[in-house]
Ligand binder design. Structure first.
Ligand SMILES: [Zn+2]
Length: 427
């Protein structure tokens, strides 16, 4: 690893501070100095990148990732996909996230038990390009819960992306098994979802003792718990028992909002807006149920989620943009869209959306003291962006505008050599 100086960049550090013209020195895997332009002492050993005022910012962090989703229309696609092909696709998606400027991902469930773990390990060993990954278990929920695709006449042993458990004993066993296999995140599904009409979003499926059992295992093994929790009661249950990350929170009532606020120092919420918006708008084209009644249910989910997130923003709860990409109608690699949704639908400023995707992203990864900011001593996970994302967040959705992508001080995408653009045009 070498020493490298980004010179004359517009430094957008991820903390919410206004950008400034500055120089950033990277030494090995970490940021060694950040200073106003021209104020760092010269370093003859440092390779210099002339930024010409391009934005230098922290790599983006996705709080609700499913690297083993395969841009499928329906979840039964996971069951028919053999694990070997499935792993190759998961690795392919890992690279796509890094190509898209996501240098870290918090997983919200794998679709087979070891896909995330094996992918994380390959990335950490440098065997495959990909973001830093918090690897998750498959979804744990009750019989008949979201993703329980079993049919009475078929072999119940068929692989599924949801592992049905009933009672604290079964949940505890499943959670311990996932810990044994090396997951960082235990994913539970305590509420229903509109995608599964038999168990709608506002219904609570898991019981208190089941949620408590998983949280107890997580504490014992120093893992975190993330929950798909749309119903008000499921949100309260999660807060009561110490769940760390709450997805959707669509039907959070006043009491649930109060509880989230009371624990805002330790809890993260991520609504995963895009999957609902695109499900409403585009999923019918892919053969998913799109009757007026279904659309109305999804619209209600969306509007309730928006109202809940606006209330949480007012209460100072950390709400993070991103989520649930990997469906045919919401494909991987477009994740930065969610930042724009935060501005258009939730009333965030572009700066607030960026803080959610960088500084708070570092915190959700459990690395808040070393990831998600352009700051001395932090890991050099950096994007050099052509333009000002504060003026136009959609720049972050365009891979061509990401001039350079660095993870841990190593370029995944190096900047084009100075003048290369001109030479190419002349050719
Ligand atoms: Zn999800």
């Amino acid at each position: 690893m070498s020493t490298l100086l980004f010179r004359n960049a517009s430094v957008l550090d991820g903390s919410g501070a206004l950008p400034f013209r500055g120089d950033v020195l990277v030494d090995g895997a970490r940021i060694a100095a950040v200073a106003p332009a021209g104020q760092l002492p010269p370093r003859v050993d440092a390779r210099t990148i002339e930024c010409g005022g391009a934005t230098l910012m922290p790599g983006l962090i996705e709080p609700h990732t499913h690297l083993s989703f395969v841009d499928q229309a329906t979840p039964d696609a996971f069951s028919s996909l053999p694990v070997e092909e499935h792993l190759l696709l998961t690795l392919k998606h890992a690279k796509l996230y890094l190509d898209s400027g996501y240098t870290a991902c918090f997983s919200a469930a794998a679709t087979k038990p070891r896909l995330d773990v094996v992918t994380r390990n390959a990335i950490d060993r440098g065997e495959h390009p990909g973001p830093r990954l918090r690897a998750a278990s498959v979804q744990l929920t009750v019989t008949g819960g979201v993703g329980d695709l079993r049919q009475m006449h078929l072999d119940p042993g068929e692989a599924m992306f949801t592992l049905p458990c009933d009672g604290p004993v079964e949940f505890r066993r499943a959670a311990r098994e996932a810990c044994r296999e090396g997951v960082d995140v235990l994913k539970i599904v305590p509420s229903g979802d509109t995608s599964t009409p038999a168990v709608p979003s506002a219904r609570t499926l898991m019981t208190d003792d089941e949620v408590a059992a998983v949280c107890e295992v997580a504490r014992g093994h120093q893992r975190v718990v993330a929950a798909h929790a749309r119903s008000a009661e499921s949100v309260k249950m999660c807060v009561r028992h110490g769940v760390d990350v709450i997805y959707h929170a669509s039907y959070a009532d006043e009491e649930a909002l109060d509880m989230l606020e009371a624990h805002k120092d330790r809890i993260f919420v991520a609504p995963a807006l895009s999957v609902t918006i695109t499900r409403l708008r585009d999923a019918g084209k892919f053969g998913l149920p799109s009757s007026d009644a279904m659309k109305k249910r999804i619209e209600t989910d969306l509007q309730s989620t928006i109202a809940a997130m606006q209330a949480l923003k007012k209460r100072g709860v950390k709400v993070l943009p991103g989520g649930d990409y990997g469906f045919k109608w919401n494909p991987h690699g477009n994740n930065a869209r969610d930042l724009t949704y935060f501005v258009e639908l939730l009333g965030y400023t572009p700066m607030e959306a960026i803080v959610g995707a960088t500084q708070w992203g570092g915190e959700i990864m459990g690395m808040g003291d070393e990831l998600g900011l352009v700051r001395n001593g932090y890991l050099a996970d950096l994007l050099l962006v052509d333009g000002d994302p504060l003026a136009d967040l959609t720049i972050l959705e365009d891979r061509n505008r990401l001039l350079a992508i660095m993870k841990g001080g190593v370029f995944h995408k190096p900047p084009a050599p100075a003048g290369a653009e001109r030479l190419r045009d002349a050719a």
